[in-house]
Design a binder for this molecule. Structure first.
Ligand code: ATP
Ligand code: MN
Length: 481
């Protein structure tokens, strides 16, 4: 009996007298002789050499781009350049045909397709080199996320996806209801009566698991979440999705400085993991990026290759800068003075836009930056108020090309202060009774942050658009598949 193997195993094997078999999809079939077969286990194909004289014409005709086949034969040293080993084919089984006329109309057709085109056929795009490299890397990164936290004493916690609290304020929410929207029950004021809805109240899809995460950190010590998050934000940007995966660690007894240390250490770990475990895919993505950048004017091209950028992150300290310092730098910056920013920085208190964040990271400091101590007025109610009474212990990690990759803070642990802040922001305290309870029973200094997983995948793979790093992107007007 032959040994069944996948392509990545075969490419690491040495020639042997034992027959092997492999299943995969045909990427190309040249000269009626050379099949390039890919099974998704690696970016590389295995070359399968067919002596066409020994096979029926009807069978050979079915070896077409996109078809699923099983190949059996001996693994031998390759005669050609480009690969160490190849399969000398003794048997071919057609598992699933692919009609060439129809393949021509799809992105399976081997030629350069735009990323926009691939998105339109998102069910097939995983068969392309670019998408498979991105998705293998995404999978490895997800594993690294769990590995990092599990090795560092964190517990994995699953926060609810349907939430009854609408006070998180992180973004616009999607409503969840089982009411008949064509004929909803109304209350005495003529408004929709959510008391008759499935949960007896209004519910939404979560925008963040943080508040619930805090409750578990107050018992387990250190937790992390890694799950889907939903924001009905109408932002058609290359960094926003309506459905994305967020990683949210929350730690009891951590202050803001420890929170920043953790964020930096964590990011370095997962980026390094990708460098060590996704070599072939990163090499491919690096070349892809190089090609993409050739279309840009010289001054917009990156000085570093993809892997150089990743190593730069793992080898250098993130620059920690207070909001107040950042505003001074921005106020006196060239683009501000020459009115090149869309939003000019005039006074302390201004919210930073992506153009400002990118200026700090890409032009001024030329390294990742952690901004901290933001004005209370532009940040959420739960952030720890500083003694100056006007700034909060917030931190954002800013990355080149991406902008904000992490947003976090030390949480307000003082009952009275939190109550006041909730009132000041016009939030109904009753909504947050359980959250306030945490400050009554053994409250303590604690901190956490949220990292958008897709932004991390974007950074590591060098993909420009966030829609190309998640299998089925959800964004305004798009919920196909
Ligand atoms: P931004 O200013 O970029 O919209 P935010 O301030 O709304 O981000 P947070 O609420 O702090 O972000 O969320 C934590 C992290 O989640 C962000 O740092 C980012 O990495 C990620 N994130 C936020 N919104 C989105 C989105 N719509 N799509 C993908 N990732 C997101
Ligand atoms: Mn946002």
């Amino acid at each position: 009996m032959e040994q069944e193997k996948n392509v990545v195993q075969l490419l690491k094997s040495t020639p042997s007298t034992v027959a092997v078999s492999v299943n995969g999809w045909v990427r190309s079939f040249r000269s009626n002789r050379f099949i390039a077969l890919n099974d998704g286990s690696t970016i590389k194909n295995i070359q399968c050499v067919v002596d066409f004289e020994n096979f029926k014409e009807t069978l050979l005709k079915k070896i077409t781009v996109g078809a699923a086949i099983k190949v059996t034969g001996l693994l031998v040293e390759s005669q050609g350049s480009g690969q160490q080993v190849e399969i000398q084919v003794s048997k071919i089984e057609i598992l699933g045909e692919a009609n060439p006329e129809e393949v021509k109309l799809t992105i399976l057709q081997p030629k350069r397709h735009t990323l926009e085109k691939l998105r339109e056929q998102a069910h097939l795009r995983i068969r392309t080199n670019t998408m498979s490299a991105v998705m293998r890397t995404r999978s490895k990164l997800a594993f690294a996320v769990h590995q990092y936290f599990q090795e560092n004493g964190f517990y994995y916690m699953n926060t609810p996806i349907i939430t009854g609290s609408d006070a998180e304020g992180a973004g616009e929410m999607f409503h969840v209801t089982s009411l008949d929207l064509k004929n909803p029950p109304l209350d005495e004021n003529g408004e929709i009566d959510y008391k008759q809805d499935f949960f007896g109240k209004e519910t939404n899809l979560t925008v963040s698991g943080q508040l619930e995460g805090e409750t578990y950190a107050m018992g387990l010590g250190k937790i992390y979440t890694f799950g889907p998050t939903f924001r009905a934000e109408n932002s058609n940007t290359s960094r926003h999705l309506a459905e994305f995966w967020m990683i949210e660690p929350e730690m009891a007894f951590y202050n803001l400085a420890q929170n920043m240390d953790l964020a930096e250490d964590f990011i370095k770990y997962v980026v390094n993991y990708a460098l060590e475990n996704c070599e072939d895919d990163l090499e491919f993505l690096e070349n892809r990026l190089l090609q993409e950048e050739k279309a840009k004017p010289q001054n917009e091209r990156s000085e570093m290759s993809l892997r150089e950028k990743l190593s730069f992150i793992t080898e250098n300290n993130f620059k920690r800068v207070s909001y107040t310092e950042a505003i001074e730098i921005l106020k006196n910056s060239k683009p501000n003075k020459k009115k090149k920013f869309k939003y000019l920085i005039e006074d302390w208190g201004a919210d930073l836009q992506s153009e400002h964040e990118r200026f700090l990271v890409e032009k001024h400091f030329k390294c990742p930056v952690i901004l901290f101590d933001y004005p209370a007025s532009i940040k959420a109610f739960y952030m720890r108020l500083n003694d100056d009474g006007k700034t909060v212990r917030a931190m954002d990690v800013l990355f080149p090309g991406i902008g904000e990759i992490v947003g976090g803070s030390q949480r307000e642990e003082r009952y009275d202060v939190l109550k006041e802040k909730i009132a000041a922001m016009g939030i109904d305290e009753k909504e947050l009774w359980w959250y306030l309870d945490l400050r009554k029973f053994g409250t303590c200094v604690h901190s956490g942050f949220g990292l958008g997983f897709e932004r991390l995948v974007q950074f590591v793979t060098g993909m420009t658009n966030i829609r190309d790093v998640i299998p089925y992107p959800r964004f305004p007007g798009h919920a196909e598949f």
